[in-house]
Design a protein around this ligand. Structure first.
Ligand code: K1U
Ligand code: ZN
Length: 170
């Protein structure tokens, strides 16, 4: 099922999300819905708070061509970061049509629980490193515009408020 994606500003996008204690059938269904929603958008990642669920779950697929490579990460944790950084023009499905350069560690090691509740650990580089950091930020109530200066952030927030008013009018 495709779920509606929340648009900034929304209090649910500013909350620190709760960890998942056990991988229940409901959480597996949520992960499947999030993947469907992400592919439909289309996007390369999605975090549970973006569909209004404040739990620590993200999905990703950074493959632009070829067979899909979906990843489901419960309770993802960054356990190591590289010294070198990379700059990427990021977008966000909760901030449509806004793109801005963000500087982040170029490589990160992430630990998480998979769909079977098994612990996984992997080093991410390139777009995957940028995406996993962007998605984990969502779980901590942080958006990519929080990495920008206050004036740019305010301008973007006003633009999103206007978009939401227009969408509500239909
Ligand atoms: O979390 C999100 O809002 C999803 C976001 C993830 C992301 C994009 C860019 C850098 C870091 C994280 C998106 O997927 S925005 C859409 C997008 O980037 C894209 C859409 C279609 C094809 C390729 C990329
Ligand atoms: Zn986002």
């Amino acid at each position: 099922m495709i779920r509606p994606i929340l648009i900034h500003p929304d209090p649910r996008l500013k909350k620190r999300c709760e960890p998942v204690a056990a991988i229940t059938p409901e959480l597996r269904q949520l992960a499947a819905d999030m993947l469907e929603t992400m592919y439909d958008a289309p996007g390369i990642g999605l975090a549970a708070p973006q569909v209004g669920v404040t739990r620590r779950l993200i999905v990703m697929d950074c493959i632009k061509e070829g067979p899909p490579e979906p990843l489901v990460l419960f309770n993802p944790e960054i356990v190591a970061v590289s010294q070198d950084v990379s700059v990427y023009e990021e977008g966000c499905l909760s901030i449509p049509d806004v793109y801005h350069e963000v500087t982040r560690p170029a490589e990160v090691t992430v630990r998480w629980l998979d769909l079977d509740g098994m612990a996984q650990e992997r080093r991410f580089a390139g777009l995957r490193a940028t995406c996993v950091q962007h998605e984990i930020d969502h779980l901590d109530g942080r958006l990519f515009i929080d990495h920008l200066g206050p004036l740019k952030r305010q301008l973007i927030t006003r633009r999103m408020e206007k978009l939401k008013r227009e969408r509500a009018r239909g």
